[in-house]
Write a protein that binds this ligand. Structure first.
Ligand code: B1M
Length: 222
């Protein structure tokens, strides 16, 4: 791995957001994910390389450490903040779609679930693919999805879930949408979600990554 990518990954793993944040004490005064990502982009490293070569693998390391009880929720949160510090520099590259929008996509993390890093990435990439994205955020109830669908008839729906417990809420949301709007296309994703689960709950498409969602939507572009 390129040196600067290693440094960025190290910041995300250790929750070093930017130069001014005193956490972690051992990295006080050093550049964080924020400054290093800017530097990497300015030195010509592609946004996709930063995402796939540093940020995503670093979050996987964080998840593994959490599973092994080597770190706890506060550290995981600092890592998420460091990732966001980097993501703010990548967003403009991923979300510069064509001016004319291809249609609308309503996206959100399902009820009970506060994870938004993956969902934000998917939203950015879909926006970059030329779609208008209505991002409802995290912990989104079925009612909120239904209300937004009423306000945006014909929109595509994207649901994200990161917890095995909230996959059940994904199922409930798909059922609630199907009951009122049988023809809408529903995309699902998130680490514990699979193609089989997508089929079982009656959603239309499962993608393990943002690009898969963008590619699926292409066939419906107006
Ligand atoms: Co949480 N967390 N977390 N967490 N967290 C996981 C998910 C976990 C796997 C960690 C672990 O145990 N190894 C575990 C879930 C276990 C399970 O259910 N099987 C877990 C747990 C247990 C919890 C808490 C319950 C911990 C606690 O409180 N005891 C708690 C739950 C809070 C809640 O939601 N109610 C919790 C809290 C948190 C933080 C708030 C601290 C923080 C989230 C901050 C934030 O998102 N703003 C956090 C984090 C950071 C993680 C890990 C470390 C990283 C998640 C992440 O951002 N990954 C995670 C471990 C891991 O995933 N390795 C973990 C990077 C991101 C780019 O990937 O989100 O998978 P991902 O998205 C991908 C794809 O899945 C896909 O595209 C994205 C880009 O490639 N994708 C879609 C996602 N949505 C899609 C939608 C699509 C298509 C593709 O179409 C619509």
């Amino acid at each position: 791995m390129n040196d600067i990518l290693k440094l960025i990954a190290n910041c995300v793993e250790n929750g070093k957001i930017d130069r001014n944040t005193p956490y972690p004490p051992g990295m006080k005064g050093q550049d964080g994910a924020d400054e290093l990502t800017r530097l990497a982009l300015d030195s010509g490293i592609k946004p996709e390389q930063i995402l796939d070569g540093a940020l995503v693998p670093a979050m996987a390391v964080v998840g593994d450490k959490f599973s092994r009880k080597e770190i706890y929720v506060p550290q995981m949160l600092m890592s998420a903040k460091a990732m966001n510090g980097a993501m703010k520099h990548l967003k403009p590259y991923f979300s510069t779609g064509e001016t004319k929008r291809k249609g609308k996509v309503i996206i959100g993390t399902v009820a009970g679930d506060l994870h938004d890093i993956g969902k934000n990435l998917v939203a950015m990439m879909i926006e970059g693919g030329g779609w208008e994205v209505i991002d409802l955020g995290v912990d989104v109830s079925s009612e909120k999805f239904l209300k937004t669908i009423d306000e945006n008839p014909g929109a595509f729906i994207g649901l994200s879930a990161l917890l095995t417990t909230t996959m059940e809420n994904m199922k409930k949301t798909v059922a609630a949408i199907r009951e009122k709007h049988s023809g809408l296309k529903i995309l699902v994703g998130g680490a514990p979600v699979t193609k089989e689960y997508c089929e079982r709950i009656g959603a239309d498409f499962y993608s393990p990554d943002p690009q898969g969602a963008v590619n699926y939507l292409k066939q419906f572009a107006e």
